[in-house]
Write a protein of this length. Structure first.
Lengths: 287, 310
């Protein structure tokens, strides 16, 4: 009997250790990054432009470039994704076509980011003749974030009980009226969370924008809010980190670390906000 | 008389205004279009990859066997251009394999801990930590590999350079663990409680429950979790680009530098002139990657479908 209990305690300890093995490296790595980035961090760092051949200064062009790319790509993929999920969950019958669409969504979600970059290059930069531009880069990011938005919106829609819809149909509402008045308002929390999570993903990806519109360096005014046109190339935070880490010699040591910390911090902040939003909205639900 | 001829005729049913009906039909057509768009995009990805890669596929100087199985990758050679991706494929496989060897035990162990052993508060906290871990951008992971991990490897082993298979493997493991944990935990939770109750009624400890009852029962879902982790690792680009070095060679040990299929495309695409053979071969490599990740993700999805149907 004692042997059984000892095995149980040992197993519990081992598994707890395995869980800790995920958390401890993450925390220590982030702490190390912040420590090395400390000399450069600050408001000045975000608003200032890169100076002295990018070995010093700030990250403003990259920061605002990322904001643009993310906003544009989500402006395209969020409406299409939500509507596509509405179709798949509310309108489509469970036949071969629907299953094919499901397969397509799953497949699209698993495509490596470099393949998205190749697609963006072939389709938007060359075939559609948008050239290397913010437009091409955002559209590529939009295609990348689309399947996950579809999947998470579908989950949110599916969590609305069927009884709600049936009640609407019973009083004579059409399908769209039901969706607009009952289904969408009740699933908005899940939909919003899914979209916000894709914000951080779009902000962090490098490969899809590296070959479609993001560039090594662009001269931008300090703190300028509208520095890029739609057909111009831009700098981006993720690309900037890659550049500083691999392409710029003699860079001040804390600079790439600070860029990494800003990128990581923004991403984690957005994700934490999405999680908090989800927890709060779930508490509001009455069913 | 049985008919209601003496009662006043019922007022006409109020009809919806024509614009509302037409507007709704238009909206539903739009919704249908968006729904079909997902297939459209997958098809167009394959189409555009093919479009750029096709000319080199049909040209006589190109040999598909050589492309897949030769280890000599010299795309920029002036006299003897060769496109063999074997070394790159072995690079991808070795880094992914190492990552899985590290990630699967820890991931499944953490999933078991989350699902069976820890209290609800700790579980919620750990799940949030895992979600945040999975949100870290791949370029940041690559940066960590290039700086932090590289220094650690050089200090603790006698590697000349810190960017190699070991570095890439560890970084990829840290990136794949969250997927394995979250899907593995879902799979374990999907096992009905009646299994656990039956085991407890027979006097089993939790550890016995886990390794005799739950792990076999959740086999399909756990397999899917591992496969999705593999899919993520194989498709990863920036992290391995920065962490594995730049040597196109078949590694002889963990401390050798390699280049993966994904990193190769990223490294050379910028220099390959548009429309050249080199450019087209890179697109062909992209097509190869697409096929590989498609197969892995499809298998994972079939495995998940298998458990849901039970």
């Amino acid at each position: 009997m004692v042997r059984k209990e000892r095995a149980e305690k040992a197993a519990r300890g081992v598994f707890a250790l395995m869980a800790a093995a995920m958390v401890v490296p993450l925390v220590s790595i982030v702490a190390y990054l912040v420590w090395l980035a400390w000399p450069s961090l600050g408001w000045e760092f975000v608003v200032d432009v890169p100076r002295r051949g990018m070995t010093d200064g700030g990250i403003w062009p990259a920061f605002v470039g990322t904001l643009y790319l993310v906003a544009l790509s989500l402006a395209v993929s969020a409406p299409i994704g939500v509507l596509a999920a509405v179709y798949l969950n509310e309108y489509a019958r469970d036949d071969w076509f629907n299953r094919l669409v499901n397969l397509a969504v799953i497949n699209l979600a698993g495509v490596p980011s470099i393949v998205h970059a190749l697609f963006g290059l072939g389709a938007f930069v060359y075939a559609a003749r948008f050239g290397y531009s913010i437009l091409s880069a955002s559209l590529t990011l939009a295609i990348m974030t689309l399947p996950v938005i579809i999947a998470s919106t579908r989950e949110a829609l599916a969590s609305v009980p069927m009884a709600f819809r049936e009640a609407c149909w019973n009083v004579g509402a059409t399908r769209w009226q039901t969706i607009r008045a009952v289904v969408l308002p009740n699933s908005i929390s899940g939909i919003l969370t899914g979209v916000i999570l894709q914000v951080s993903r779009a902000a962090g990806e490098t490969a899809p924008i590296m070959f479609t519109g993001a560039v090594f360096y662009k001269a931008v005014g300090r703190g300028e809010l509208l520095p890029y046109g739609l057909d111009e190339q831009c700098m981006a935070l993720s690309m900037h980190l890659y550049t500083l880490a691999t392409q710029v010699p003699n860079v001040k040591e804390s600079l790439p670390y600070a860029t990494a910390v800003v990128l990581l911090g923004s991403v984690l902040l957005v994700n934490a906000a999405a999680i908090a939003l989800r927890v709060w909205l779930r508490g509001l639900k009455k069913w | 008389m049985t008919s209601d001829s003496t009662a006043a005729p019922a007022p006409p049913r109020p009809a919806r205004p024509r614009w509302a009906v037409q507007g709704e039909r238009l909206l539903e057509a739009l919704i249908r279009l968006c729904g079909v768009s997902a297939i459209l995009f997958v098809v167009s990805i394959v189409f555009f990859l093919f479009r750029e890669a096709a000319p080199v596929l049909v040209s006589e100087s190109f040999d598909l066997g050589e492309f897949l199985f030769s280890r000599e990758w010299y795309p920029t050679s002036v006299s003897n251009v060769r496109y063999g991706t074997l070394a790159l494929t072995v690079g991808s496989v070795s880094v992914t394999a190492l990552a899985m060897v590290l990630a699967v035990p820890f991931g499944l162990g953490a999933a078991v801990y989350l699902s069976e052993f820890c209290g609800p508060r700790l579980r919620e906290t750990l799940k949030i930590v895992i979600e945040l871990l999975s949100a870290i951008p791949s370029v940041v992971w690559g940066f960590i590999g290039l700086t932090v991990m590289s220094k650690l490897i050089v200090r603790f082993t006698d590697a000349p350079v810190g960017v190699n298979v070991l570095n890439g493997g560890i970084i990829l493991a840290l990136m794949s663990v969250p997927i394995i944990v979250s899907i593995g935990e879902d799979a374990l939770r999907a096992v009905p409680d009646s299994f656990r109750e039956a085991g407890l009624a027979l006097g089993a400890t939790r550890w016995q429950l886990v390794h005799r009852v739950l792990l076999p029962a959740a086999r399909n879902g756990l397999l899917a979790a591992v496969l999705l982790g593999v899919g993520r690792a194989v498709g990863e680009t920036m992290a391995v680009l920065m962490a594995t070095g730049h040597a196109v060679q078949i590694p002889h040990g963990l401390l050798d530098s390699v280049r993966t299929l994904t990193a190769n495309i990223a490294a050379e695409l910028g220099e390959a002139p548009a429309g050249s053979d080199h450019y087209r071969v890179l697109f062909l490599t992209g097509l190869l990657l697409f096929v590989i990740t498609f197969a892995v993700n499809l298998t994972a999805d079939l495995a998940i479908r298998g458990i849901r149907r039970k």
